[in-house]
Design a protein around this ligand. Structure first.
Ligand code: ADP
Length: 399
């Protein structure tokens, strides 16, 4: 039987990540990313059979050109005819989308309506969907939402202490994101710990450029750190995370910021970058902190402290903790941050196994604590696989 592939697309405002996944082996056959789309020097990077190719796209080339160039390569590699479905990451599904769906014109309209809640994310996702539909018009396209997993949040968690009418009439509530990653981590942790998923209690810390943490009780999301938008919660690469909302008013009224400048400040100039005045890249922050850079040290301290406080607070909904799991670029690779966070949580008995902690990196999973205390482990995430699995399941239902 010939191989069948699912093509997974994750479209940002100026970037596009993609992966071609074998439906049988679940392995990535091809992957890559288009970056700096719409700028003077957009590029497309493709990894296939151990080769890495970088293609310089035409000046100002945007998503459609990137996808068309990619399709041309897929044809050249004779992979295009084996694609049976396209899976799209969509950041915000609001309360409308409780699960993944086959994308129809009606679904696109509904995603556009939800876009009011995620103006920085959903419009880019829709651009990707439309460009991919032009290129792969005959194939089923499936939307997989970051918010799906968190539909199980209880009201006492997802409601802000605002007048209730703002939720009822305008949908202002916490939604949570990174659902595909926290879902994958839950499934893998259950296997690793040999506990049935529906009995599993974990805290999943997804630490990448965007970062969020999720309390999973009996296999279901019961609390998570991101809110109405992916700005709330942990300190991130360039995002503030939790903030006194009055700061926004202060910046506008006292420091003459415009609302747009405030949005840019909170989303693109804060977090590790803002505190360190150096970089949003955690590797640079760690290197420079070690070299004595004060801003980098402070950024690292604040990042770890906020994260540890969130982890401690999630013992409230969980009661019993089977494991704390680190994932995402930082969670999978930074033994320094993992050790710092676990040391801040010594009150719970966490004890770092230094050798195991250093060994768990570059895709290597592992338990990083000593048996004397609670378990912390590293699991590399695989959001593309979750999107591919959902796309495959829905497509097969349709057949
Ligand atoms: P995204 O949210 O863009 O998917 P990733 O999950 O790829 O982000 O994570 C990117 C972050 O991971 C960056 O801050 C990067 O510096 C960090 N990172 C990657 N490798 C390492 C490493 N070896 N040590 C520390 N941080 C790392």
């Amino acid at each position: 039987m010939s191989n069948k592939f699912i093509f997974v697309l994750n479209c940002g405002s100026s970037s596009l990540k993609f992966a071609l996944i074998d439906s049988q082996s679940q392995q990535q056959v091809l992957s890559g990313l288009a970056d700096a789309l719409g700028s003077a020097k957009p590029i497309l990077k493709i990894k296939y059979q151990g080769n890495k190719e970088t293609i310089e796209l035409a000046k100002n080339a945007a998503h459609q050109i990137a996808i068309d160039t990619l399709v041309e390569r897929l044809k050249r590699f004779q992979l295009d005819e084996s694609i049976i479905a396209i899976g799209h990451r969509v950041v915000h599904g609001g309360e409308k989308f409780q699960q993944s769906v086959i994308i129809t014109d009606d679904v696109i309209t509904q995603i556009e309506q939800v876009s009011q809640l995620a103006p920085l994310h959903n419009p880019a996702n829709i651009i990707g969907i439309k460009a991919a539909k032009k290129a792969f018009g005959q194939l089923p396209h499936v939307a997989v939402f970051d918010t799906e997993l968190h539909q199980t949040l209880p009201e006492k968690d997802f409601l802000y202490a605002l007048p209730y009418a703002l939720y009822k009439e305008h949908g202002i509530r916490r939604y949570g994101f990174h659902g595909t990653s926290h879902y994958y981590i839950t499934q893998q942790a259950a296997k690793t710990l040999n506990i049935d998923v529906d009995k599993l209690n974990i805290i999943s810390a997804h630490l990448g450029n965007g970062a969020s943490i999720c309390a999973i009780k009996n296999g279901k999301s019961v609390d998570t750190s991101m809110g109405l938008t992916p700005l709330e919660g942990l300190v991130m690469g360039t995002r503030t995370g939790d903030l006194d909302p009055a700061i926004s008013q202060y910046l506008i009224e006292q420091l003459n910021y415009t609302q747009t400048q405030v949005n840019v400040l909170f989303n693109q100039q804060s977090g590790l970058l803002g505190i360190s005045e150096l970089s949003n890249d955690c590797r640079v922050i760690e290197e420079q902190a070690l070299a004595g850079h004060q801003g980098a040290r402070l950024a690292l301290d604040i990042f770890c402290y906020r994260l540890a406080k969130y982890i401690a607070s999630y013992t409230v909904p969980l009661g019993r903790l089977d494991a704390l799991v680190f994932t995402g670029g930082i969670g999978e690779n930074s033994d320094v941050i993992r050790a710092n966070v676990l040391n801040l949580l010594q009150i719970f008995g966490f004890s770092v196994n230094e050798q195991a902690n250093i060994a768990a990196r570059f895709g290597q999973a592992g338990i990083i604590t000593n048996e004397s205390g609670p378990t912390a482990l590293v699991i590399p995430t695989n959001e593309e696989l979750v999107i591919a699995q959902d796309a495959l399941a829905l497509t097969q239902q349709e057949l």
